[in-house]
Ligand binder design. Sequence first.
Ligand code: F6P
Length: 325
Amino acid sequence: MENRKIRTIGVLTSGGDAPGMNAAIRAVVRTGSYYGLKVVGIKRGYNGLINGEMEEMSPRSVSETLQRGGTCLMTARCLEFREPAGVARAVNIAKVFGLDGLVVIGGDGSFRGARDLSNSGLPTVAMPGTIDNDISCSEYTVGYDTCLNTVKDAVDKIRDTASSHERCSVIEVMGRAAGYIALEAGIACGAEIILIPEKEFDFDDDILRPIFEAKSRGKKHAIIIVAEGIGGTLEMAKEIEAKTGIETRATILGHVQRGGTPTVRDRVIASQMGAKCVDLLLEGKMNRIVCMRDGRITDVDINEGLEMTKTIPEDLIELAHKLSV
Ligand code: F6P
């Protein structure tokens, strides 16, 4: 397993935080220590790499982090890193600090940074940490399950009050340009209507008609889950109220979806993926993305991974539709 070229590795979290990032950092630090590597924690994502904000971590540095949301290394979105000069500076600083390899935990934008570093000569392995589940080469991203459970808890509560008042509730969830959170949370919460950017909708056919149908079938509420990529949630709620005469409230769940103690699924997958990143660096397999494919933790070339596409499961869209009657 051991490759003598790799003695010191860095680890950073980048982009929006996600529950389970700490479990991933812990796995990197402890797997690295297990194999006798020096592991350096880089603060505030690529900003910390560019500015040399690093400190050596030991297995004890990550004690009591497994159960915590957020990221103990902190995170940021780094504009400077989008420019070639920023990447060149980062590669140079990595050399100064003696980094032989780097683990990046983050989303799509962070992967592009990891690819640029790899292509500029710093062996880098990335793993998906984002609530959005929108990484094309991976069936799963760390943080998604915890986020879904947070949304489920919130929507269940909103449903109680929506039923009592016989109202429509329009609930906006995160996901950037992707509808995974909306779709799966919508199914889990029995939403009457789910709107996602991947599927066009018609206001009359796909919103008003199902609301009237739900009412005529004796439903006391209508829950409408809207992915943030659709936009205009507040206006939509007003329009529904105006056109149906049913009192309608809008809730934008916001950043509550990014916090909280990670679920078992997120802790386990983050631990597996974090450890796999270190294994890959030690095996001399650089410039990879650790991902889930066919339910297994595996890896793909970073350039190829970024070119892949992923489509939202049509069968889930259909299921949501069938079950909303
Ligand atoms: O990528 C995670 C995410 O929470 C998206 O769902 C959302 O669009 C975005 O980050 C919000 O970013 P910020 O925390 O910078 O407002």
